[in-house]
Design a protein around this ligand. Structure first.
Ligand code: NOJ
Length: 770
């Protein structure tokens, strides 16, 4: 009988009550968090509250623990960033939870951008995979590795739309497109946070930089952005909105002026859009020293005014730099501002509440410490490296493959020697990309090592760098990353160049690895030109003149000017900065153990002169499609070198039978768009089916094309699959500059599905009034 009752109870719980119980427990949990926050707030002194909104950098290289411990003990610091040593993290946490009056744990943050111990491809590369599930998996590994050392919070993902490849930080995002950007943003957030950020495997995510940072004038880092409302809502904000919808726990305010109001003092962004329009419940952190910089911008009168403006605008936590030498704007001013009545106690409480809530949600009050004994086993999990290799393979984009030079054959009787040439061919530092600070650099696999491992001893693999490259102005990150070797002397330059040419001449196949150092893109790494740095083009031309089979592999963080290569070199593989397993993944692709399937998340210009160039521009009164009108410049084509969404495979695909389930729908209704994709070649491969739309007329002009759906699909030779996309209100709504609101209008739409933004297979859809 007892057993029967137990079984009945279990069945009843599973079928009926568990979901209810789960809901109850989530809401109970947040109620209990509310109560706990209220209780804490009621006990906190003003100084302790100010401490909670103060985040401090801690650089192990320059700082001593003793210097900040008194402040932690006194409750003057709520969060630390840049610590990665679990012992030190525990040491500081102990001071906070055992020696401070209210025992509030510290929140530890770090830039976990594309990996921690295991480095994954840079975010622009991950976006090239067009595979959100892969991105989610990669970031969940990054989260696990970071949490293993005690990091609770990552300053990622960067979801800034970037339409100017001169901007160095284009490498940190998902490229130019709001739809792809939104899908990637949500995937990053899901990967970092999982379903429960308090689990020992996840971290809190932070979408950044809110908002418009990618639109800085001239691609110059930190420059002012002027973005009209229509462009802001339709292009720059959707990835942030997607991150909010995915439950992102925090947001970082950007550095630059948006329409003359610095983002860190911008209440339109931080209160109207983020909180009122989107209902964001997490907390907002400033970018490093961005509050103090409101003075530098010529916006705030002094640091106290800056603190007032940032807090009023909605910045809850100030990230202050450089730590203990300057007091943060908040910590030096808020007490006085409250005493003067300029800042209300409630305003400060609101910010403190949000930070405490995050600490409760992360489970820090229950589990403040990290278990140092778990670090090694988590970091050395071979599954992480395996995933990094797959992620790198899936992120690479094959740009050219004339005469099917690729894939190369591993045991080709005609090939007894392979030359691997170029300044990026054997650089462990650069294969990883920027924001790789604490991984084991030595364990990163370069292209040379990957090729050697692939070919074994039967083929002679010779290497020469050929040229050296360097930034004109050094990177500020050199302080952390270490400086680069001194530039070569003139003699060395001549000798190395000649050596590379001679190695190439005596080899049967040449793999030339060119591009950029990791610090040539990223923060403080904008460039006026996008040419290959240094004498790399000269090396390429000289080696190409040898007339041997030549493959160009690019390691870089932005589209580069490669027009010469695009018409003179048979095979070009864009590998980006592919991470710890990058060299192995390049070798896998070059030798056919993996088939390339990545697609460009950015339009690739012929030269910097075409910038800004992106596919989703509006039509003009004289579009290129009009008879007798060929180009909008008379000296170069209007078209880019490679369109958005472009990328080749080792097999071929065809799209056919494009149809719309309901060719006419009412405003608010949905329809399905179906297309057949077939692998028409002889190898298995993956194609990304991409759906583009154009609204022909309406209250405002709409872009010539906009991505509204995509799916990466694996197909065996001869296999055909039907792909379905849904088009409905979310896809057909836009922010109209004329109406000054979101609209979905009765109109005619062109639809295209294909392999990139120039897809030709087309149909139409009519949307009529309800
Ligand atoms: C400045 C960068 O703009 C931001 O992206 C980063 O998260 C912070 N520094 C912290 O490192």
């Amino acid at each position: 009988m007892r057993v029967k009752i137990a079984v009945w109870l279990v069945i009843t719980l599973v079928l009926f009550d568990l979901p209810v119980l789960a809901r109850v427990s989530v809401s109970q949990r947040s109620q209990s968090i509310d109560r706990r926050v209220d209780a804490l707030l009621s006990q906190m002194t003003l100084e302790e509250k100010v401490g909670q909104v103060h985040q401090l950098f801690y650089f192990t290289q320059f700082m001593k623990p003793e210097a900040i411990e008194p402040d932690i003990r006194a409750g003057k610091v709520g969060s630390l960033l840049f610590l990665t040593d679990p012992a030190l993290i525990n040491r500081f946490q102990k001071v906070a939870v055992e020696n401070s009056r209210l025992k509030i744990p510290l929140l530890f943050g770090f830039d976990v951008i594309h990996g921690f111990h295991t480095i994954f491809p840079v975010p622009l590369a991950m976006a090239s995979s067009w595979d959100p599930a892969l991105v989610e998996q990669a970031q969940s590994v990054a989260a696990r590795e970071a949490r293993a050392v005690g990091i609770h919070w990552t300053f990622a993902p960067m979801v800034d739309i970037a339409r100017d490849p001169r901007w160095g930080r284009i490498v940190e995002g998902a490229g130019e497109d709001p739809f792809l950007g939104a899908r990637m943003a949500a995937a990053h957030v899901r990967g970092f946070q999982g379903t429960d950020p308090s689990s020992p495997d996840h971290v809190l995510a932070c979408m950044k930089h809110f908002a418009g940072y990618g639109a800085g004038s001239g691609g110059r880092d930190y420059d002012s952005a002027y973005i009209a409302d229509a462009e802001l809502y339709n292009v720059y904000l959707p990835p942030f909105k997607a991150a909010v919808d995915a439950g992102v726990g925090s947001a970082m305010s950007a550095y630059m002026d948006l329409n003359d109001v610095p983002a860190t003092g911008n209440s339109f962004l931080l209160r109207d859009v983020l909180r009122k329009q989107w209902g964001f419940k997490g907390f907002v952190v400033s970018d490093a020293e961005a509050v103090g910089n409101l003075v530098t911008h010529g916006f705030a009168e002094d640091r106290s005014d800056a603190a007032y403006r940032a807090l009023t605008a909605g910045v809850d936590l100030e990230m202050s730099f450089p730590g203990n030498s300057i007091a943060s704007a908040y910590s030096s001013s808020l007490t006085k501002l409250i005493a003067e009545g300029r800042v209300t106690k409630d305003l400060l409480d609101e910010a403190v509440r949000r930070i405490l809530e995050a600490k409760f949600k992360l489970g820090l009050f229950e589990n403040p410490y990290v278990d140092e004994s778990r670090v090694a086993s988590i970091h050395n999990n071979p599954e992480h490296r395996r995933l990094a290799r797959v992620a790198a393979q899936r992120s690479m984009v094959l740009l050219r493959n004339e005469g099917n030079l690729l894939p190369l054959v591993k045991s080709d009787p005609k090939v007894s020697s392979v030359a691997v040439i170029g300044p990026l061919a054997d650089s462990k530092r650069d294969i990883r990309g920027s924001w790789s600070f604490v991984d084991d650099v030595k364990s990163a696999v370069t292209v040379l090592e990957g090729i050697r491992a692939k070919l074994g001893s039967s083929v002679k693999v010779e290497y020469a760098p050929g040229v050296d490259i360097a930034r004109v102005y050094p990177s500020p990150f050199g302080i952390i990353q270490g400086s680069r070797p001194a530039p070569w002397s003139e003699t060395q330059k001549r000798e190395e160049f000649e050596k590379a040419v001679s190695v190439a001449r005596s080899s049967d196949v040449i793999i030339l690895v060119l591009g950029e150092h990791e610090d040539m893109s990223g923060e403080a790494a904008s460039q006026s030109s996008i040419e290959l740095p240094g004498r790399q083009l000269e090396l390429l031309k000289t080696i190409s003149a040898l007339g041997k089979p030549l493959v160009l592999v690019l390691i870089n963080g932005r589209p580069l000017e490669i027009s010469w290569a695009a018409s003179n070199v048979s095979a070009i593989l864009e590998a980006w900065h592919p991470g710890s397993e990058g060299g192995n993944a390049v070798a896998d692709i070059l030798y056919g153990d993996a088939t390339p399937g990545g697609k460009l998340p950015v339009t690739w210009p012929r030269s910097a002169a075409q910038i800004p160039i992106y596919y989703a521009h509006n039509l003009t009164q004289e579009p290129e499609t009009r008879k007798n009108f060929t180009s909008r410049y008379w000296d170069i084509p209007s078209s880019p070198l490679y369109p958005f969404g472009y990328g080749l495979s080792y097999t071929t695909f065809s799209f056919s039978n494009l149809r719309v389930s309901k060719p006419e729908i009412k405003v608010g209704e949905s329809t399905e768009v179906l297309v057949d994709v077939e692998n028409t070649g002889r190898r298995a491969g993956e194609e990304v089916a991409q759906l583009y739309i154009h609204q022909r007329f309406g209250s405002a002009s709409r872009p010539v094309r906009e991505l509204k759906g995509f799916e990466r699909v694996a197909l065996a030779p001869g296999q055909k699959k039907t792909i379905r996309f849904t088009l409905g209100k979310p896809e057909l709504t836009y922010w109209s500059g004329a109406v000054k609101d979101w609209v979905q209008e009765p109109a005619a739409f062109d639809l295209w599905v294909g392999a990139d933004a120039t897809a030709v297979l087309a149909t139409t859809l009519r949307v009529v009034k309800r």
